[in-house]
Design a protein around this ligand. Structure first.
Ligand code: PLP
Length: 374
C-alpha cells in the first residue's frame, strides 16, 4: 500500500532532534525555525518532557473519559494559573481543528444560533466544521460549504457589526494572529471592539490560539496583548510539544451538561503528562520572555533589502513577506544552509521556532538568510 499522496515533501528524513536542532538519516544537522509547524514549544526531546512521558507510560498510558483522571484536573489548574483564566473551565481534545469544532458547537448550543462570522485569510483546521470556518476555497468540499459561515475583513469592525445586527450569529472566531493566512495581526482596538460587540449582540467570541498561543508571542495567549477576555479560547500545537493534544478554555457563563462534548482520546494520561511537562519547562526556563526577546532580536536584525516587502508578527511568530515567491529562498536555506523555515502563501517565509531558540541560533539564521538573499 502507498501513502495517500497529499503532502509536498522536502527530501529530508529527520531521525533525531534536540532543542532547536534536527539531524537527518545521513547525520546532517539542521537548525529548526519551523518547530514542526509551531508544535515544538519547549524544544525537541527536552529531557524533562521525555522523562515525564516515559514515567507516565510506565504507570498507565490510557483509560477512557468515564473515570476520574487527576492529571486532567492538575492540567486545568496549571493552565488556569499560568494563563490568568482560573475561573474558566478546560475541555481537552486532540487537535486544533477539533478544538475549534468544539468551540463552535458550544457557542451554538449556548446561543441557540447557527451562523458564525470568520475572517478573510483565516485558517482554523481541516475537519468539516473547521474547514468551513477557513477562508481557502481550495480545501472546502461541497459538504463543508453547508455550514453557515460569513467571512469579513480582519480589522473591519463595521463589517462585523453589520453581521451581528442580523441576530443569528452564534460566534465570531478570530485567530490571535493569523498564521497560515500570512501573519496578519488583529489590532488591539479591533479585538477590544469584537469583545464589546459580541457581548452587545449575544454572540460568543472565540479566540483561536492554536498557533499564536502557548507563549509564542511572549504572553500566554496573543489576545492578552489587547487585554480582552474572550468567551472561548482554543489551543493545540505547542500544548504538549508534539504529543497530540488540544483543548478549549470556556468562560463560566457556559453551562456544561453531561454528554454535551466528548472524545475518546482527548485528555489521555500521556497527553496530560506531556502537557504538564511543557508547563514546567515554560516556567522554569522563562520561555515566554525568551520568545519575545529572541523574536524582537530577529526583527531588529533582519537585513533591509528591496526584496523584502514587510516583516510582521510578534515573538517567535514571524512572517517575512518578500516581493517574490519564496520557494527558491527556502530551498537554499534548507539544502545549502540547513535551516528549516515555514511558508505562508507564495511570498512569505514564516518562522515558528521552538520558544527556546537562543540569540546565537537566531544569528545563525540571520547569517544564512543574508547569504541566500545575496
Ligand atoms: N487553528 C489554527 C490557527 C492553525 O494554525 C491550525 C493548524 O495549522 C489549526 C487551527 C488546526 O490545527 P490541527 O492541525 O491540530 O487540527
Amino acid at each position: 500500500m502507498n501513502l495517500f499522496d497529499v503532502y509536498s515533501l522536502f527530501d529530508v528524513t529527520p531521525v533525531r532532534a534536540k532543542g532547536c536542532t534536527v539531524w537527518d538519516d545521513r547525520g546532517q544537522e539542521y537548525l529548526d525555525l519551523y518547530g514542526g509547524h509551531a508544535v515544538i514549544s519547549v524544544g525537541h526531546s527536552h529531557p524533562h518532557y521525555v522523562e515525564a512521558l516515559k514515567a507516565q507510560l510506565d504507570k498507565i498510558g490510557f483509560y477512557s473519559n468515564s473515570v476520574r483522571n487527576p492529571l486532567q484536573e492538575e492540567l486545568a489548574r496549571r493552565i488556569g494559573e499560568v494563563s490568568g483564566y482560573e475561573d474558566y473551565a478546560l475541555f481537552l481534545d486532540n487537535s486544533g481543528a477539533e478544538s475549534n469544532e468544539n468551540a463552535a458547537k458550544l457557542a451554538s448550543f449556548h446561543t441557540g444560533k447557527d451562523r458564525i462570522v470568520a475572517f478573510r485569510r483565516s485558517f482554523h483546521g481541516r475537519t468539516s466544521g473547521a474547514v468551513a470556518l477557513t477562508d481557502n476555497p481550495a480545501i472546502v468540499s461541497p459538504f463543508n460549504a453547508h455550514h453557515r459561515v460569513s467571512f469579513v475583513d480582519l480589522n473591519d469592525t463595521d463589517a462585523v457589526e453589520e453581521e451581528l445586527r442580523r441576530g443569528d450569529v452564534a460566534a465570531v472566531i478570530v485567530e490571535g494572529i493569523q498564521g497560515c493566512g500570512g501573519i496578519h495581526v488583529p489590532g488591539p482596538a479591533f479585538l477590544q471592539a469584537l469583545s464589546r460587540l459580541c457581548g452587545q449582540y449575544g454572540a460568543a467570541l472565540i479566540l483561536d490560539e492554536v498557533q499564536s498561543g502557548y507563549g509564542r508571542t511572549g504572553k500566554f495567549f496573543a489576545h492578552q496583548w489587547a487585554g480582552i477576555r474572550p468567551d472561548i479560547i482554543t489551543m493545540g500545537k505547542g500544548i504538549a510539544n508534539g504529543f497530540p493534544c488540544g483543548g478549549i478554555l470556556i468562560s463560566p457563563k457556559f453551562q456544561a451538561r453531561k454528554g454535551m462534548l466528548g472524545t475518546t482520546f482527548g485528555g489521555n494520561y500521556l497527553a496530560c503528562a506531556g502537557a504538564l511537562a511543557v508547563l514546567d519547562i515554560l516556567e522554569r526556563e522563562d520561555l515566554l520572555a525568551n520568545a519575545l526577546a529572541v523574536g524582537d532580536y530577529i526583527q531588529a536584525r533582519l537585513p533591509s533589502s528591496p526584496r523584502i516587502k514587510e516583516v510582521r508578527g510578534k515573538g517567535l511568530m514571524l512572517g517575512i513577506e518578500m516581493n517574490e515567491p519564496v520557494a527558491p529562498l527556502r530551498q537554499a536555506l534548507l539544502y545549502d544552509k540547513h535551516v528549516f523555515t515555514g511558508v505562508a502563501g507564495q511570498n512569505m517565509i514564516r518562522l515558528l521556532a521552538p520558544l527556546c531558540l537562543t540569540k546565537a541560533e537566531a544569528d545563525r539564521f540571520l547569517e544564512a538568510f543574508k547569504e541566500v538573499l545575496g
